[in-house]
Design a protein around this ligand. Structure first.
Ligand code: HEM
Length: 160
């Protein structure tokens, strides 16, 4: 199980950067399209789809890790001790609740942008919903220095 966890944790760590890179690409194009009054392109749609797809994959890795690393048990059996310990509370509750909320917001934004035909509305809806989604993601990442902090980069046992 330790090897499986190490592989999953490495994938979960690296996919985090893909989520952030695609969010940045989507947001740069959405805001410049919105304020520059540009015409919505296929590439905008593709980047938005890549953002929601890598996000879904990341959620899948996270859900598996939640159980293989024993956080499910901590959440169910930990009682009040979990809620008073910020390092435990982060992974037992905060991380997954905020990330699930963020992925739902990302999918709502994607379908809201798809629903309208006008470029300006597509860009505006994308910019607003994806900004909201990425704010939640940034707030829920275990950045180094936090009580539950984790490395910025993890490569199968080598941490940076
Ligand atoms: C429902 C969704 C998610 C669940 C259930 C989940 C669960 C987990 C779990 C169990 C861990 C391991 C904690 C430990 O070290 O014991 C973890 C670590 C982590 N999660 Fe998530 N996660 C989710 C979504 C996300 C998303 C969307 C991101 C970023 C875009 C993310 C970023 C991270 C990072 C950076 C780590 C640290 C990885 C490392 O130790 O190298 N997670 N997550």
């Amino acid at each position: 199980m330790q090897t499986v966890n190490l592989i999953l944790l490495t994938l979960h760590n690296l996919t985090r950067w893909l989520v952030l890179i695609f969010a940045l690409l989507v947001l740069i194009r959405a805001f410049s399209g919105w304020f520059g009054k540009k015409t919505y392109q296929d590439q905008d749609r593709r980047f938005l789809m890549m953002y929601t797809s890598v996000f879904d994959l990341q959620v899948l890795f996270g859900i598996i890790l939640f159980f293989t690393k024993g956080w499910g048990g901590v959440m169910i059996n930990g009682g009040s001790e979990v809620m008073s310990n910020s390092a435990l509370r982060f992974f037992a509750v905060e991380h997954w609740v905020l990330m699930l909320l963020a992925v739902i917001v990302a999918h709502i934004g994607s379908s809201q942008a798809k629903k309208v035909g006008e470029s300006l509305k597509k860009y505006r809806r994308t910019a607003i919903w994806i900004s909201l989604s990425i704010i939640l993601v940034l707030a829920a990442i275990p950045w180094p220095g936090m009580a539950a902090g984790r490395p910025l980069l993890r490569l199968f046992g080598i941490d940076f």
